[in-house]
Structure formats: structure tokens, C-alpha cells
Design a protein around this ligand. Structure first.
Ligand SMILES: Nc1ncnc2c1ncn2[C@@H]1O[C@H](COP(=O)(O)OP(=O)(O)OP(=O)(O)O)[C@@H](O)[C@H]1O
Length: 230
């Protein structure tokens, strides 16, 4: 279980509070107006931002003071966090060893996860030589390899067309199943939330609300969310 226990965080004049928990293995969309604090919520879990008060716990362990690199968390952004000067295999291998000194079994594992995301044979290519969808697959292969208990996505597939995005969400679902990860996914697209996330955290008016069932929330949104969804 991922817990936000009486969290309050400020960024300049902006303040966000969160007192909620997410079940282990849950898939949760994070939805709310622009500037409402969705990325802020994810940054608290990733460790890129420290709360002013409150604790963040994962399976009972207080991770509030852990630096990002030591948190059991993978994060995916829209730019897919790929290094242009590294090959596909190296970009994925970073998930195992930042210094890229991979053993033979580790190299095999990299090839294996690339095959699992449909990128067999692309090991030696650079990100720029791949399509947008293929780049997303490289990033997902790294997530699969790392197999961290928490996966955070901040509009990771926003730049992809609808068909490709649906494909990536399906692949993400398979990876989450395989790694049994808890997934928090920021999205501006209610369709993504309906497709992927049985539960949704609404971030609005300075509060990240506890997760509720996605369908009913989107079918009958509260006024602030209704205005945002249009
Ligand atoms: N580095 C920063 N310094 C000061 N204020 C910040 C900083 N980053 C974000 N903020 C403020 O924090 C608030 C929440 O930002 P956040 O990025 O979490 O919103 P969001 O819901 O993810 O928005 P969007 O949907 O537009 O990406 C905003 O009002 C923003 O102005």
C-alpha cells in the first residue's frame, strides 16, 4: 500500500494536501485541471519534492526521506527519459546498472525485455532512429527490467496518436501485471483513465482526493472536474 499520510506541500503560492492511500497493485489515474498539482503529487512519490509535513509510506516503510535513486519507484515522462547518444540496449540497460557494465546474463535479460515489448533486433540503434511508438516501447522495456513496485507516469503517452496510445496502455497493463506494480498515471484524457485505471485520484482546489471508481466519477463529475472536462 502507498500512503500519503497528512501530506502538505507548498510551491511558491501553491499548496497541496493529500491524505489518501492506494492499494498495492492498483492502477490509478490522476486527473485534475492544469496547475492543480498532479505532477506535484507524483514528485512527492518519486522523491523530487519534499513535503512540508506528513509522511509517505510504501508497504509500511516510511520513504519520505529517501533520495529518488533509492526509492522503489520508476517514473516515465513524456520525453521518455531516453539518452540520444546511447543505443537502445544501453538505454534499457541503464535500468540495471547506471555505469552500464552489464554481465552476460544481464545483457541477455536486456535482449529478452526488448523482445517482450516487440523491439527484437533494435539493440544497436539510437532513439532518434526509432518512431515515437518505438521510443515509448524502449522506455517501457526499461520499466519492465527494473520491475519496481511503484510506477509513475506523467502524461507519458500524450504525444502519441490514439491507436498507438491504446497499444501502449495495453502494453503498460501487461507490464504492470507482470511486475505487480502499483501504477499512478497522470492524464488529461478521460478515455485513458477509463481504459486503464479502475480508480482515479481527483486533484482539485489544493487537495488530492482519495481514489474513487473511475467510471462513476467521469459519468457524474463534480463541478470543478465537469468544467475542466468540458
Ligand atoms: N518549480 C516550481 N516553483 C514554484 N511553483 C511551481 C513549480 N512547479 C510548479 N509550481 C506550481 O505548482 C502548481 C502545481 O503544478 P503541477 O505541475 O503539479 O500541476 P499539474 O496539475 O501537473 O499541471 P499540468 O496539468 O498543467 O501539468 C502550479 O500552480 C504551479 O504554478
Amino acid at each position: 500500500m502507498l500512503e500519503f499520510d497528512a501530506i502538505r506541500v507548498t510551491r511558491g503560492a501553491f499548496a497541496l494536501s493529500a491524505d489518501l492511500s492506494v492499494d498495492q497493485g492498483a492502477r490509478v489515474a490522476v486527473i485534475g485541471p492544469s496547475g492543480s498539482g498532479k505532477s506535484t503529487l507524483l514528485s512527492l512519490v518519486g522523491g523530487f519534492l519534499a513535503p512540508d509535513r506528513g509522511r509517505i509510506r510504501l508497504d509500511g516503510q516510511d520513504i519520505t526521506a529517501l533520495p529518488p535513486g533509492r526509492r522503489p519507484v520508476s517514473m516515465l515522462f513524456q520525453d521518455q527519459n531516453l539518452f540520444p547518444h546511447l543505443t537502445v540496449a544501453q538505454n534499457v540497460g541503464l535500468g540495471l546498472r547506471p555505469d552500464l557494465r552489464l554481465s552476460e546474463p544481464q545483457r541477455c535479460r536486456v535482449a529478452q525485455v526488448l523482445a517482450e515489448v516487440g523491439l527484437e533486433g533494435t539493440e544497436g540503434r539510437r532513439p532518434a532512429d526509432l518512431s515515437g511508438g518505438q521510443q515509448s516501447r524502449v522506455a517501457l522495456a526499461r520499466v519492465l527490467l527494473r520491475a519496481r513496485p511503484v510506477l509513475l507516469l506523467d502524461e507519458a503517452f500524450a504525444a502519441l496518436g490514439p491507436a498507438l496510445k491504446a497499444e501502449m496502455l495495453a502494453l503498460l497493463g501487461r507490464i504492470a501485471d507482470q511486475t505487480r506494480a502499483t501504477v499512478l498515471m497522470v492524464t488529461h484524457d478521460p478515455g485513458d483513465a477509463r481504459r486503464f485505471a479502475p480508480q482515479t485520484i481527483l486533484v482539485e482546489g489544493g487537495v488530492a482526493h482519495p481514489p474513487v471508481a473511475t467510471g462513476p466519477l467521469l459519468d457524474d463529475p463534480p463541478p470543478g472536474l465537469r468544467a475542466y472536462l468540458g
